[in-house]
Design a protein around this ligand. Structure first.
Ligand code: 23J
Ligand code: MN
Length: 268
């Protein structure tokens, strides 16, 4: 690969974005009171939905301006999980939203298409075997990249999203072997999903329980949840921009996740 001088690289990139040669894909759901939040067993504290209240709207409360206050949880809507979110990551250095080095917020991304499997089985578990099959087609997953699990779950609406049954939620996710492989054999930066969590709905029954949260954050890696439209990304070759809010001591935050995607047939 030819090395471009950094200034030429950035100028070229800006030009490619302006001309559409690099497509900017928004992987973010709107923050909306109707968007579901994770529901934990009733003995535990719960995440707040997004809520908005008007301060003024060009009226007696403020004649020339409109603005609003909003409230939500750190894990509401499309959001980032920092290492300190999980007890296994509580002592990780740079484990909070305000201490993660900003260069960690931009990096390459691989997308594992599990849409057919998830359509056939809402409890589908991604395994090391699936990841090795992906690598046979697309090459080895590079160190320090994001790995996103495409399930097309972001097309679900209402109660179908959490898919709550009497025995808890049912949604796809990785098993412990898959996450262990990605973290310890491939050295990934983080793992993201279209579902409410990085873990499967029934992940409390896995070994370890909540393997994605437990293993990723215990190793100082990150999570992304409630992503949308992962079908718009190539298996590899895109760059992800995922910068959480700079919340003091934050365990995570809603954010805008953008992918820069080389347009097929675009100028080289
Ligand atoms: C708290 C407890 C369990 C889980 C979660 C939060 C999440 O999925 C989250 O939003 O990180 S599984
Ligand atoms: Mn979270």
């Amino acid at each position: 690969m030819t090395e471009l001088a950094p200034d030429a690289l950035l100028a070229g990139m800006a030009g490619m974005i302006a001309s559409g040669g690099l497509e900017v894909v928004d992987l973010t759901h709107p923050l909306d009171p109707d968007f579901p939040v994770i529901v934990l067993p009733p003995e535990f504290g719960q995440c707040a939905r997004f809520r908005v209240e008007e301060i003024s709207a060009y009226d007696h409360r403020g004649p020339a301006w409109k603005w609003r206050n909003f409230t939500c949880g750190e894990h509401t809507g499309t959001h980032f999980d920092a290492p300190v979110h999980w007890v296994t990551g509580r002592d990780q250095p740079n484990g909070t939203t305000d201490s993660i080095p900003p260069e960690r917020f931009i990096g390459p991304v691989c997308v594992i298409d599990c849409s057919a499997e998830a359509a056939a089985d809402p409890d589908f578990l991604l395994t090391e075997g699936h990841l090795r099959a992906w690598e046979a087609d697309h090459g080895e997953i590079p160190a320090d990249c994001w790995v996103l699990m495409r399930t097309d779950w972001s097309r679900r609406r209402g109660a179908d999203y959490l898919n709550m049954h009497g025995d808890g939620p049912h949604s796809p996710g990785p098993d412990g072997g898959a996450i262990s492989f990605l973290v310890h054999e491939r050295g990934i930066r983080g793992f993201g999903t279209e579902t409410i969590g990085t873990d499967a709905g029934q992940a409390t029954h896995l070994d370890p329980p909540y393997p994605a949260h437990s293993i990723l954050h215990g190793a100082g890696r990150y999570g992304l949840q409630c992503l949308r439209d992962l079908d718009r990304l190539p298996a590899r070759g895109a760059i992800l921009i995922a910068a959480p809010l700079n919340i003091r001591d934050g365990t995570g935050s809603p954010l805008r996740v953008l992918a820069l995607v080389p347009r097929a047939g675009g100028a080289a």
